[in-house]
Design a protein around this ligand. Structure first.
Ligand code: LLP
Length: 444
């Protein structure tokens, strides 16, 4: 995070809060979110679109990266919108924004509802709230028309999600724009879809959307995407439907280790803006409203996770395991995508690096390894191990595997730390469980 530094007594400080105090007060493991870093990246996206794009623009946060009331609240006050992919994410935005005093109309205008298999309930929720719906497939189009026909006055604002056939270099599981992706309409169907949409009075189709993948470092794929989407805007115009919005998705990567070298937010925005404008000039189109929906690059670097070191197992001649009090339930990314992270010992910031460890989680799986070769100073039970860059897709992908309660999350800024997600208790773990009467002993 931007605000991290080392204190005189060698502790990590984030948002002017000492890591030791945070762990003592809020427990371990602990998600820590630096408000300043989050607000700064929101501002960088916003201001750079204003600087580089000569049409209107809107940045919407892909809330799947981390959705909770405080995160949504902060981002709403930074004037960003929201990409939601489920009724639950939408509900979180509705509650957070209405608590902050935003009107229903303001909330609706800022929300884009995504998903490749939205349920009828979710579609109804989105229609009733009047938000923007990013339509993924034929079934959804038909469902919308059907649901809309029961509400004669309704005009449902939609965007069409397309599969542009663009490959990018990222993990197999987080590519989305390739031809055989599960997301979006294939380009071959474009004409038929537009002709269908034109005929549906209840649909107010405003634009096109595409998202090609996540943790992307190259610039060319988004440039190619801009040209493809603008050509399709043109085609749609020729077919009789003028579209005014172009949503280019998210995908900018962040630096997890010193080997990662992603473009800055400014470079990404500049590339996307210039590509869209160039493509529009080529096609003789006026600049559409340009929407981008970053997740990881907005919040990833703003978060760290603090763990406490537990057991240490040395296997002579092989390696030494260092076990932490969390693992794949609070950060499933290493086991899912073989993701790499940087770590440090938060109470020994300037000690010399002398040892190599495997950092193991506490779950009952040999694969629950957070880092395979961590270079650290001498580290022992009770030390605070900090994993950097955990702001995106950690809290939001956490589980209760092994019935482990999810950690608390705190927001830090100017020396103040506020709880934003309470630590789960053992009672929380059984709260949703039901025990049918007939299983109780006096009924057997
Ligand atoms: N828009 C759409 C339609 C998306 O599907 C996504 C991410 C985004 C925007 C935001 O992408 P970002 O800017 O964060 O790259 N769980 C995986 C990442 C999955 C991303 C899914 N979609 C991970 O932990 O790496």
């Amino acid at each position: 995070p931007l605000t991290s530094k080392t204190t005189e007594d060698d502790f990590l400080e984030i948002g002017e809060c000492n890591i030791k105090d945070l762990v003592e007060k809020f427990g371990s493991p602990l998600y820590i979110l630096d408000e300043k870093t989050l607000r700064t990246s929101c501002k960088q996206y916003r201001d750079n679109f204003k600087l580089y794009y000569k049409g209107s623009s809107q940045v919407i946060y892909a809330s799947k990266a981390w959705s909770c009331l405080s995160v949504v609240g902060i981002i709403a006050t930074e004037n960003l919108g929201f990409d939601v992919v489920s009724g639950g994410e939408f509900h979180t935005v509705q509650i957070a924004m209405s608590k902050l005093g935003y009107s229903e109309i303001e909330i609706a205008n800022r929300v884009y509802f995504h998903g490749n298999n939205k349920s009828l309930d979710e579609l109804e929720l989105a229609i009733k709230a009047n938000c923007n719906i990013v339509v993924d497939n034929w079934l959804e189009l038909q469902n919308l028309v059907e649901l809309g026909s029961c509400l004669p006055e309704k005009s449902i604002r939609i965007l069409l999600r397309l599969t542009p056939g663009i490959e990018c270099h990222t993990h197999e599981y987080i590519k989305t724009g390739h031809v055989n992706s599960k997301f979006g309409f294939n380009l071959n169907d474009f004409e038929t879809v537009i002709n269908y949409v034109i005929k549906q009075k209840v649909l107010n189709c405003r634009g096109l959307h595409s998202h090609i993948g996540s943790q992307i470092f190259e610039k060319q794929p988004h440039r190619d995407l801009a040209f493809i989407l603008v050509k399709l805007l043109k085609k749609s115009q020729e077919l009789g439907l003028t579209l005014s919005e172009l949503n280019i998705g998210g995908g900018l990567g962040i630096s997890y280790t010193s080997d990662d070298n992603p473009p800055s937010i400014e470079e990404w925005v500049k590339n996307v803006s210039e590509s869209v404008m160039e493509a529009c000039l080529d096609s003789n189109l006026s600049f559409p409203k340009l929407i981008a929906e970053p997740g990881r690059s907005l919040i990833g670097s703003a978060g760290v996770t603090a763990y406490t070191v537990g057991s240490r197992k040395e296997i002579p001649g092989l390696h030494t395991y260092l076990a932490i009090d969390g693992g794949m339930s609070d950060n499933p990314r290493p086991i899912t995508y073989q993701s790499l992270y940087s770590i440090l010992i938060g109470n020994k910031m300037s000690e010399k690096i002398t040892e190599t460890f495997i950092i193991a989680g506490k779950h009952c799986e040999s694969g629950d390894i957070i880092i395979k070769d961590a270079q650290l100073p001498q580290t022992h039970t009770g030390d605070i191990l900090v994993v950097m860059g955990t702001g995106a897709y950690n809290y939001s992908m956490a589980s209760n595997y092994n019935r482990i309660p999810r950690p608390a999350a705190v927001l830090v800024n100017h020396g103040e730390a506020n709880l934003i997600v309470r630590r789960e208790t053992y009672d929380d773990l059984v709260k949703q469980d039901c025990l049918p009467q007939r299983l109780l002993p006096n009924c057997i």
